[in-house]
Design a protein around this ligand. Structure first.
Ligand code: COA
Length: 209
C-alpha cells in the first residue's frame, strides 16, 4: 500500500560526518548475506535464522524497495570515505506520524560510534524531511549496546512492555525508547550529553508528509 504518495520519488542518500545512508542495491546481497551470519545480529534482530542467500536477495531487491513504497526507508550504512558497508538502518513505515527504527553494525565495525551517528542522521531526516512526530526503538532488556545507541541519539527510555514481542517464538519484554521531533537532539557528530538543556534542532513537528 502506498500511504504517502511517494510513488515515483527516489529514496535519498543522507550524509553524516563519517557515514552515508544510501539505498540498498542488488549487488549488496553478498555483503548482507555475510553480515547476517553474525550471532549478535541473529540474537537481537528479526532477521531470518538461518540466513540464506535468498534472504539477502529478497532484502535488497524486494523488502527494501517495498519499505520505501510504504513510507519507510531501509538504508545501507557505508563510510563516506571509501564506501565500505558498515551497517544497516531502517525507518519502518510510519503510522499516525510515528515510526520504529532498527539497525545493526557489521561485527568488524562496532564500537566506533557508527550506529549512533547513523541513528542521529536518520532521526534528523525523519523529523525534518518526513515530518514525523515520534520515533521509537524497541529493545530487548539485555541489549545494552542498542540501548546505548538510542541514548547517544537522544532517545529516552520510556518503559518496559512485558512480553510484548515474540522473538524466535519466545515471549520477550520490549524496552521502549522514544524521541520526539520537539526533543533536544544531538548533532550527528556529537553525543547526547553535549546537548544543552532545552536546545532543539527540530523545527518540523507540524509538517505533514
Ligand atoms: C547494537 C549495535 C548496533 C551497536 O553498534 P555500534 O556501531 O557498535 O554502536 P556505537 O559504536 O555507535 O555505540 C553507541 C553506544 O553504545 C555503546 N556500546 C556499543 N557496543 C556496546 C556493547 N557491546 N556493550 C555496551 N555498550 C556498547 C558505545 O559505547 C556507545 O556508548 P556511548 O555513546 O555511551 O559512548 C551493534 O552492537 C549490533 O549490530 N548489535 C547486533 C544487532 C542489534 O542488537 N541491533 C539492535 C536491535 S534493537
Amino acid at each position: 500500500m502506498i500511504r504517502d504518495g511517494r510513488l515515483g520519488t527516489d529514496q535519498p542518500t543522507l550524509d553524516g560526518p563519517r557515514v552515508r545512508l544510501r539505498p540498498w542495491r542488488p549487488d549488496d546481497a553478498d555483503a548482507v548475506l555475510a553480515a547476517c551470519q553474525d550471532a549478535e545480529i541473529q540474537r537481537w534482530t528479526r532477521v531470518p535464522v538461518p540466513y540464506r542467500r535468498a534472504d539477502a536477495d529478497e532484502f535488497v531487491t524486494a523488502i527494501a524497495p517495498a519499505t520505501w513504497a510504504e513510507g519507510g526507508a531501509q538504508f545501507a550504512v557505508v563510510l563516506r570515505a571509501g564506501g565500505a558497508l558498515v551497517g544497516s538502518i531502517a525507518l519502518f513505515p510510519p503510522r499516525d506520524g510515528v515510526a520504529e527504527c532498527g539497525y545493526y553494525t557489521l561485527a568488524g565495525s562496532r564500537g566506533r560510534g557508527l550506529a549512533a551517528e547513523a541513528l542521529r542522521v536518520l532521526a534528523g531526516w525523519a523529523f525534518d524531511d518526513r515530518g514525523l512526530r515520534r520515533l521509537e526503538l524497541r529493545v530487548h532488556p539485555r541489549n545494552t549496546a542498542s540501548r546505548r545507541v538510542g541514548a547517544a541519539a537522544g532517545f529516552v527510555v520510556e518503559g518496559t512492555l512485558r512480553q510484548r514481542s515474540l522473538h524466535r517464538g519466545q515471549p520477550v519484554d520490549d524496552v521502549v525508547l522514544g524521541l520526539l521531533a520537539t526533543d533536544p537532539r544531538p548533532a550527528p557528530d556529537r553525543p547526547a550529553a553535549s546537548v544543552p538543556p532545552g536546545a532543539s534542532s527540530g523545527t518540523s513537528a507540524d509538517r505533514v508528509t
